[in-house]
Design a protein around this ligand. Structure first.
Ligand code: RAM
Length: 544
């Protein structure tokens, strides 16, 4: 009896120990060191305001506001400001960096402090929509308004937070009746780690494609800091889904691979002790994961990103070093794989954040199966590239079985569309992921993507993130003309609405779409919308 009790307590202790063990214990330190060694250098430049503008209501303008030129910037510097009280300046381009300004008295010396409110906006509406109506959700402090008290005049003040903006509104909140003052200087010390200059597109390229590429590159450049950020205004951090698309853009433009390498190592080094990747990590003040932020397909897209990286760079060493992470992520899919090859979507939904798009009401069962098969395929391709296919030799048979099951469960022969087993919603996401996973044959995929345009009650993409996969699906099915047409109408549509960097959320029919129910909270320079440059460069015969 005593012996049994002793044995079972030993067993419990052993199990507890296993549970509390860190899956990558012996690797983490080395991975974090490599992340540090590959931190890209930031490059700085000084940017100054270009002109004075007014932002006026216009129901035909994007989000109801339009910036109009008032006068050149020399009408601002060294001009009395006390009675002016408010002004909006335009820097003429999207900038990420640190903002400073200098003030001085005019004639008599200062007898007291000044107080200003600065509001920075990536798009005009941010300067005109009162921020305090935002009540809940992510932090109100992401919104870029700052109250600054200048105790001594003259002086130069630097706003401590890093900003991302094109426009700045200055409001004078307090001053002395005894003296007037003026702004003598204003600079934004802009920063990015994008240092290379991509080759120019051939002169014969369609001017709209050229413009779209320029805005894509600006978007990517602004998001390339010491990691690939999702957006320099918000959330200023690395997310795996954004990394996937940014590194794709980078592979075809700046071709700077230190930043990609750093991101791989950071994510591995900061993964959960259970071995699964956390969807997002924060760099400052010390690198850390966002606790328990597990996002199903993001964990899997790490492997796909690595496959593309190895093809672009030939750097098998990094892939081999991080192979244990990629192998472990396969387990995530296996946890929901049923004996007949179908996937337990309900169970996965309870245990993971399944994303695909910011779109209310999107039913994700089909896309969930698609991305799981896609991840297996990409990982197998990677394994072959680095000589590890023996370690994942079960994958080809699993892929076959899962493909068969998904086709059987989701394909509606009559309509030619893929719909869920439980919910028959027709969505872009479902068709896209059935194409990308090759559950749909090329002909079926073509039919499904075309049918989306004539069907009713279709759930459309809400973000350029899903739209990226849509363009890829069109290309994969050979719908080249349509891919070009859609790329021009979607990203070109943002340009026509005034974008100088591409946005986090965009629905051509709803300018106010916002994952946060408050459009000023959206990021208007967002990593995952930078991929036109990838399409334009990878498929010149289609897009150039
Ligand atoms: C947004 C982030 C990021 C994305 C996640 C899922 O809030 O900005 O781009 O990856 O959502």
């Amino acid at each position: 009896m005593k012996k049994t009790i002793l044995l079972s307590s030993l067993l419990t202790l052993f199990c507890l120990n296993l549970l509390s063990q860190d899956y990558y214990e012996s690797y983490r330190k080395g991975w974090m060191e490599k992340a540090e060694q590959n931190k890209p250098k930031l490059i700085y430049s000084e940017k100054k305001p270009k002109q004075i503008v007014n932002i006026i209501p216009n129901e035909n303008a994007y989000q109801g506001w339009e910036a109009q030129t008032v006068s050149p910037i020399d009408q601002f510097f060294n001009q009395p400001f006390k009675n002016k009280k408010e002004i909006i300046l335009d820097f003429g381009e999207h900038i990420t960096g640190y903002f400073s300004f200098s003030v001085n008295t005019i004639s008599v010396s200062a007898d007291g402090p000044l107080r200003f409110k600065f509001t920075f906006g990536e798009v005009p509406s941010e300067l005109m929509t009162p921020f305090d109506s935002y009540k809940e959700g992510i932090s109100r402090a992401w919104l870029q308004d700052e109250i600054v008290t200048v105790m001594h005049v003259p002086s130069t003040i630097i706003i401590p937070r890093r900003l991302a903006f094109r426009y700045v509104k200055i409001e004078l909140l307090a001053s002395s009746t005894y003296y007037d003052f003026c702004f003598t200087d204003m600079v934004c010390k802009a920063q990015t780690s994008a240092r290379n200059t991509p080759e120019r597109l051939p002169a014969s390229t369609d001017p709209m494609i050229r413009k779209i590429e320029e805005v894509s590159l600006n978007t990517l450049k602004e998001c390339m800091q010491t990691v690939y950020e999702d957006g320099p205004k918000r959330d200023q951090r690395l997310w795996i889904g954004d990394l996937y698309l940014e590194s794709m853009g980078n592979n075809y433009s700046f071709k700077q691979y230190d930043i990609t390498k750093r991101c791989f190592y950071l994510l591995a080094g900061l993964s959960d002790p259970n071995g699964y990747l956390v969807a997002t990590v924060i760099e400052n003040p010390i690198p850390r994961p966002q606790d328990k932020q597990f996002l199903y397909e993001y964990a899997l897209l790490y492997n796909a990103t690595m496959k593309d990286y190895v093809i672009a760079t030939g750097d098998k060493e990094t892939a081999l070093d991080l192979w244990p992470v990629m192998k472990k992520q396969l387990e995530i899919v296996k946890n929901y794989l049923l004996p007949d090859g179908s996937m337990d979507f309900d169970k996965a939904s309870r245990e993971w954040w399944i994303f695909f798009d910011w779109k209310d009401g999107l039913y994700k069962e089909v896309a969930f199966s698609g991305v799981s098969i896609f991840a297996f395929k990409e990982t197998y391709e990677l394994a072959k590239l680095i000589g590890k296919e023996d370690e994942v030799s079960e994958l080809p048979a699993l892929i076959k079985k899962m493909t068969k099951a998904a086709h059987k469960n989701f394909y509606d022969k009559k309509t030619g569309l893929f719909v869920g087993a439980k919910d028959k919603q027709i969505s872009y996401a479902s068709q896209i992921w059935m194409v990308l996973s090759q559950v749909a044959s090329k002909a079926e995929g073509k039919r499904a993507l075309e049918a989306l345009e004539t069907s009713e009650n279709v759930c459309h993409p809400g973000t350029p993130y899903l739209y990226h996969y849509y363009i890829q699906a069109l290309v994969d099915c050979g719908l080249n003309e349509k891919a070009k047409e859609k790329l021009i109408s979607y990203w070109g549509g943002m340009i026509e609405k005034g974008a100088d960097t591409f946005w986090e959320a965009y629905d051509p029919n709803n300018d106010y779409i916002s994952p946060y129910n408050f459009h000023p909270m959206n990021s208007y320079c967002h990593a995952w919308s930078c991929t036109p440059v990838y399409f334009i460069r990878k498929y010149p015969e289609i897009f150039q």
